[in-house]
Design a protein around this ligand. Structure first.
Ligand code: PLP
Length: 368
């Protein structure tokens, strides 16, 4: 059966007469668990919950591995760092990794005796830093500058050097790119973004094919309590059921928007891996099924970017990405990333592409 069919049908219950087609969330802290707890599937909700189990089954199917869900994308990143890194270890991160993951590594794990080495995502520059490393952390496409690294190549090099490989796969989702199939040990994501896609949930997951890593992460989750509420888990599962439709439309819109932006005199640079002119395009084509919903581009300066965002009617000025409605922000307003003042990160939604292009044209003309 095709993966899309499996995802769309993943929330269906067994066909028992009189039962609902889709089950609801299970709200529980303790569960009935008399006597010896061995063999009782659910005992206490910090360790497990049937609504997570349903969600994890679907994410595991998508990832071709075994997934654990967490309270946020950052809780998922923290679980990888925390369950793997020990004092004296070396972790190699992208210099342009998602800001909070980078700060977590540099401001906390480095102070606990972990050496953090960084190099850009582009050109597989992290390759040069692998000697003696315990963990290689990859993010491709990188956020927000859309640089591409070759996952299979880096995973091979990292394994030769004795390092584990984790990929932050937030932007493409496992439907767009499959890190485990490309050789990574861990696929990590903020499912707050395209994976759930409705801009109303915060969650993350880690997937692996290693039973040992799975057990370590599970133990970390139970001990730290970085768990998802059942309502969020239920909403997430319901949202993921439409991932194939949403991602296909959003990525097709992103491609059309990126191509259109390259024709415009107001735009000085367009960064999208689906463009043949992108330096990472050939690698992206090899390892991605969809190039993702995020297009970054640069306007003349800060006032031009602000005018663009103020004028556009169909582009909501907000952070984050991957929602069904198109959003964008002037990314330099946050600081922390090496980008120009006129840099805009746009996340294509599922609106009609002609409406979006007309709106973008109007907003660009206002910046002249
Ligand atoms: N990784 C990437 C690439 C992200 O963009 C984000 C959030 O923006 C995260 C991780 C963290 O996810 P969350 O906000 O769900 O904690």
């Amino acid at each position: 059966m095709n993966e899309t069919t499996r995802i769309v049908r993943s929330t269906l219950t067994a066909a028992e007469p009189g039962k609902p087609l889709h089950s609801g969330p299970v709200f529980a802290a303790p569960y009935h668990a008399p006597g010896d707890p061995t063999g009782i599937p659910y005992t206490y909700a910090r360790s497990h919950n049937p609504t997570w189990t349903d969600l994890e089954r679907t994410i595991s199917d998508l990832e071709t591995g075994s997934a654990l869900v967490f309270a946020s994308g950052m809780a998922a990143c923290t679980a990888v760092f925390g369950s793997i890194l020990r004092p004296g270890d070396v972790a190699v991160l992208p210099a342009n990794a998602y800001y909070a993951a980078r700060v977590l590594a540099q401001d906390y794990f480095s102070k606990m005796g972990v050496t953090i080495r960084t190099a850009p995502t582009a050109g597989n520059a992290q390759r040069a830093l692998l000697e003696g490393a315990r963990l290689l952390w990859i993010e491709t496409p990188s956020n927000p500058t859309m640089e591409i690294a070759d996952i299979a190549q880096l995973a091979e090099d990292a394994h030769r050097a004795g390092a584990l490989v984790a990929v932050d796969n937030t932007t493409p989702t496992p439907l767009g790119q499959l890190p485990l199939a490309l050789g990574a040990d861990l696929s990590v994501a903020s499912d707050t973004k395209a994976m759930t896609g409705h801009s109303d949930l915060l969650l993350g997951h880690v997937a692996t094919r290693s039973p040992e890593l799975h057990a370590q992460l599970d133990h970390w989750r139970t001990l730290t309590g970085a768990v998802l509420g059942p309502m969020e888990a239920w909403l997430a599962h319901r949202s993921i059921a439409t991932l194939p439709l949403r991602l296909e439309r959003a990525c097709s819109n992103a491609q059309r928007i990126a191509e259109f932006l390259t024709t415009r005199p107001e735009v000085t640079e367009v960064l999208y891996p689906g463009l043949p002119t992108h330096p990472g395009h050939e690698v992206a084509r090899k390892q991605m099924r969809y190039f993702g919903p995020v297009v970054s581009f640069t306007l003349r300066d800060k006032p031009a970017a602000e005018t663009f965002l103020r004028t556009a009617q169909l582009i909501t000025d907000a952070t984050s990405f991957g929602g069904i409605t198109t959003t964008a922000e002037r990314r330099a307003r946050w600081g922390g990333d090496a980008i120009p003042e006129g840099f805009i990160r746009l996340s294509a939604g599922c609106e009609d592409i002609h409406d979006l292009l007309a709106d973008i044209t109007h907003a660009l003309e206002a910046t002249r």
